[in-house]
Design a protein around this ligand. Structure first.
Ligand SMILES: [Zn+2]
Ligand SMILES: [Zn+2]
Ligand SMILES: [Zn+2]
Ligand SMILES: [Zn+2]
Length: 117
C-alpha cells in the first residue's frame, strides 16, 4: 500500500484522525497525525481539527475552542475571555463598518508624538 499523500512511498503509518495510510515523510510521530491533519489542527488546543475561524484574531480553531457569538460568527475562546460578550460584539461591529470609527490608541499616540517632534 502506498502513502495516500504522495502516492510514491510505502505507507507505514496510519493517521489517527483521518485514517489515511501515509509514509514516514508524511507522518508526524509526535502527534500521530498525517501532515495534512497536523496542518489543519486547532491553533489553540492542537488536538482536534479546526472547524471554525475566529473573526477577531483570525486563527483556525476547533468547535470546542470557539464560541458562537452570532448565528454567523464564531470567535475563539481566548478572544472571548479577553473581550467578553460586549467587547466581542463591539469589535465585530467595528470591523463590519469598514473604516474604524476610533483609531487604535497606539496609532493615536504615534500621531501625537509626531506632531511634537
Ligand atoms: Zn508520503
Ligand atoms: Zn490525517
Ligand atoms: Zn481546539
Ligand atoms: Zn480569536
Amino acid at each position: 500500500m502506498l502513502c495516500e499523500i504522495c502516492g510514491e512511498k510505502e505507507a507505514t503509518h496510519t493517521c489517527r484522525l483521518c485514517g489515511r495510510r501515509v509514509c514516514d515523510e508524511h507522518y508526524d510521530p509526535a502527534t500521530g497525525l498525517c501532515t495534512i491533519c497536523s496542518q489543519s489542527l486547532c491553533e489553540i488546543c492542537g488536538e482536534r481539527l479546526a472547524s471554525a475561524y475566529c473573526e477577531i484574531c483570525g486563527r483556525y480553531v476547533c468547535y470546542d475552542c470557539s464560541i458562537q457569538v452570532t448565528p454567523a460568527v464564531r470567535v475563539c475562546k481566548e478572544c472571548f475571555s479577553k473581550l467578553g460578550w460586549r467587547g466581542v460584539l463591539e469589535e465585530l461591529k467595528r470591523r463590519r463598518s469598514g473604516v474604524p470609527r476610533l483609531l487604535p490608541i497606539r496609532l493615536l499616540a504615534a500621531r501625537i508624538r509626531r506632531k511634537h517632534t
